[in-house]
Write a protein that binds this ligand. Structure first.
Ligand code: AMP
Ligand code: MG
Length: 490
C-alpha cells in the first residue's frame, strides 16, 4: 500500500531566540480559538518565505495560523521586554502575541513568524491577549503598503478571524495576524535586560543582536559601540523615509522601535494628508508627542534610552562610556538630514547638489503648510508639472517658486525626462488614504466583503506606477471624513 505524503506547509524553523537566557521569554502553547477562518493571505510573501500557499490556505493551514496547531519545528514563546510609553518606563512583554520561531527561507534569510492576537500570556497584565479584526486588517494594509513604498517594515502573511467575540467599548470580532519580521528585538528588549536582567544577560542580548542584524561588525574593536552606531544609522534612514512619504507612526514608544530598522507595531498610525508638521491622528496622543514633525527628535530620545542600556558595555569607565554614547547619538541628526535632503531633492527631480536646495525645499513646504495643500498630491502634481486649481498653485508666491525650481532643474546635466522619471519613482501616486482604509475595513468587518480591501491592496502594491486606474485612489476625503482620528489597535 502506498501512502500519499500529506502536503507540508514548508516550515523550516530555527529557534535561536529560545537559546537566549530564560528570563527573556516564556515558552507556552497558544490557547486555541473556536473557529478559525482565514480571511486574507499574502501569497507572494509566502512564496518568498518558502511556504506553500495552498497548504496554508486549507483548513489545517488556518488552524496553524490561529495557533490551534503548532507547526513542525516551532517553539512558541512570548518575549519579555520593557518600554517607555509616552515617556514612562513600564515592564511589558508580548501580552497578546507569540513568536512561533524563525523561518529560514530558501535564500537562507531568517524571519520571525509571530502570531498577534493569540491570547493571554504571562505578560498580559490586565489585557485579554486578543486583537480585533479591524485593527489586524489595518496592520496588514498599512504594513504591506509601506513595503511597496520601499520602507523597511514588518510584513503581514495572513489574518485569521477567530470566530470569537472580544470586548472593547463594543463587542468586536476577534482575529489573529501572522506577522513576519527581521526580528522582534526592540529598544525595549535592551531596557528590560538592563533594568531587570544581569550583566551577562545584557551582553548576551547585545551579542545576539549583533550576530543577527549586524554580522559584518565581526569580533574586533568596540563591537557594542558599533552596534549603537549601526542602530542609529538605520533609524535615521527609516525616519527620513517616513517623513518623505508623510507617514505618522503614532505611538513611537521605545517598545515599538525595532533594532533591525524596520517599522513595527502598527497601531494608530496614518498618513498625513494636508501638510502640517503638527499633524497627529492618534486619539491618545493628546499632547502631540508623536506628531509628524516630532518623529525625528523622538527617535533620538528613544535611541538615547537604547544608548543608556549599552553604557556598561561601551567602556568600563562610565564617563568615557557616556562620551562615546553622546558622540554616537549626535550623528543621528546629520545622518537623518542627509537621507531626508537626498529624498527631497529626488522628490523635486534634482540630481546634483546646490547649497540653496534646502531653501527651495523649505520654501515649498512653507507654502504647502500655509495653503493647507495635500502633501502627496502636491508632489504628484509637480511630478507631472500639472498644477491644479488650488490656493497653493494659484498664488503668485508659488508661481515665483515654480520659476526658481525650473531654473534649478536647468542647472543640471540630466534632461527634463530624467527628472520626471526620478520624480515618478520618488513621489507615490497612492498612499493608504485614511478614508480608503476605513472603507475597506468597514466592508470587511461589517459585511464580510473583502473585495474592497483586495482591490485597495492591489493599488497600494504599486505606489509609483502612476497608472490611470489608480487615479480614483488619489482623491481627498470628503468633509464628512474629517477630522480623522485613529485608535490604539488593542
Ligand atoms: P502596543 O500598544 O500594541 O504596542 O502594546 C503595548 C503593550 O501592551 C505590549 O506589551 C502588548 O503586548 C500589550 N497589549 C496590547 N494589547 C493587549 C491585549 N489585548 N492584551 C494583553 N496585552 C496587550
Ligand atoms: Mg508594541
Amino acid at each position: 500500500m502506498t501512502h500519499k505524503k500529506a502536503r507540508t506547509e514548508g516550515w523550516n524553523f530555527d529557534n535561536s531566540y529560545a537559546r537566549l537566557p530564560e528570563s527573556f521569554f516564556t515558552t507556552m502553547t497558544p490557547p486555541p480559538v473556536s473557529s478559525p477562518e482565514l480571511v486574507i493571505f499574502n501569497e507572494p510573501l509566502a512564496a518568498s518565505l518558502g511556504l506553500d500557499s495552498q497548504a496554508l490556505q486549507s483548513k489545517e493551514g488556518a488552524a496553524l495560523l490561529a495557533g490551534n496547531q503548532i507547526p513542525e519545528g516551532a517553539l512558541p514563546l512570548a518575549q519579555a521586554y520593557a518600554g517607555h510609553q509616552f515617556g514612562h518606563l513600564n515592564r511589558l512583554g508580548d501580552g497578546r502575541a507569540l513568536l512561533l520561531g524563525e523561518q529560514i527561507t530558501p535564500q537562507g534569510e531568517r524571519f520571525d513568524i509571530q502570531l498577534k492576537g493569540s491570547g493571554r500570556t504571562p505578560y498580559s497584565r490586565g489585557g485579554d491577549g486578543r486583537a480585533a479584526l479591524g485593527p489586524m486588517l489595518r496592520e496588514y494594509i498599512i504594513s504591506e503598503a509601506m513595503h511597496a513604498l520601499g520602507i523597511a517594515t514588518t510584513r503581514s502573511l495572513a489574518v485569521v478571524a477567530t470566530g470569537e467575540s472580544i470586548f472593547r467599548e463594543t463587542v468586536l470580532p476577534g482575529a489573529i495576524l501572522t506577522r513576519v519580521a527581521a526580528s522582534h528585538l526592540r529598544v525595549g528588549t535592551f531596557q528590560y535586560a538592563s533594568k531587570w536582567g544581569s550583566a551577562d544577560d545584557l551582553r548576551e542580548l547585545a551579542d545576539y543582536t549583533l550576530q543577527r542584524h549586524f554580522p559584518e561588525v565581526g569580533t574586533e574593536g568596540n563591537r557594542y559601540l558599533l552596534l549603537l552606531q549601526e542602530v542609529i544609522k538605520r533609524q535615521a534612514m527609516l525616519i527620513a523615509k517616513w517623513q518623505l512619504v508623510g507617514f505618522i507612526h503614532g505611538v513611537m514608544n521605545t517598545d515599538n522601535m525595532a533594532l533591525s530598522g524596520e517599522t513595527i507595531d502598527y497601531g494608530p498610525c496614518a498618513f498625513m494628508d494636508v501638510y502640517n508638521p503638527e499633524t497627529v491622528f492618534s486619539s491618545i496622543d493628546t499632547h502631540g508627542r508623536y506628531a509628524y514633525g516630532n518623529q525625528p527628535p523622538i527617535a533620538v530620545w528613544n535611541l538615547a534610552r537604547f544608548a543608556e542600556t549599552l553604557l556598561p558595555l561601551l567602556d568600563p569607565n562610565e564617563e568615557q562610556a557616556v562620551k562615546l554614547a553622546e558622540d554616537a547619538l549626535s550623528d543621528f541628526s546629520e545622518s537623518y538630514h542627509r537621507h531626508w535632503l537626498k529624498g527631497m531633492r529626488a522628490k523635486l527631480g534634482i540630481f546634483n547638489e546646490e547649497a540653496e536646495d534646502e531653501t527651495l525645499i523649505s520654501g515649498l513646504l512653507g507654502m504647502m503648510q500655509k495653503d493647507q495643500a495635500d502633501y502627496t498630491n502636491t508632489f504628484k502634481a509637480l511630478t507631472f508639472d500639472k498644477p491644479e486649481d488650488s490656493v497653493l498653485f494659484d498664488s503668485t508666491e508659488f508661481k515665483q517658486w515654480h520659476k526658481q525650481w525650473q531654473a534649478r532643474l536647468g542647472r543640471q546635466q540630466e534632461s527634463k525626462a530624467d527628472s520626471q522619471q526620478l520624480m515618478r519613482n520618488s513621489n507615490p501616486a497612492v498612499i493608504p488614504r485614511n478614508h480608503r482604509v476605513e472603507e475597506a475595513l468597514a466592508a470587511a468587518v461589517k459585511q464580510g466583503d473583502y473585495s474592497v480591501m483586495e482591490r485597495l491592496l492591489e493599488v497600494l502594491a504599486n505606489p509609483y506606477a502612476h497608472a490611470p486606474e489608480q487615479e480614483e485612489y488619489c482623491a481627498l476625503p470628503g468633509q464628512s471624513n474629517l477630522p480623522y482620528r485613529t485608535f490604539c489597535g488593542t
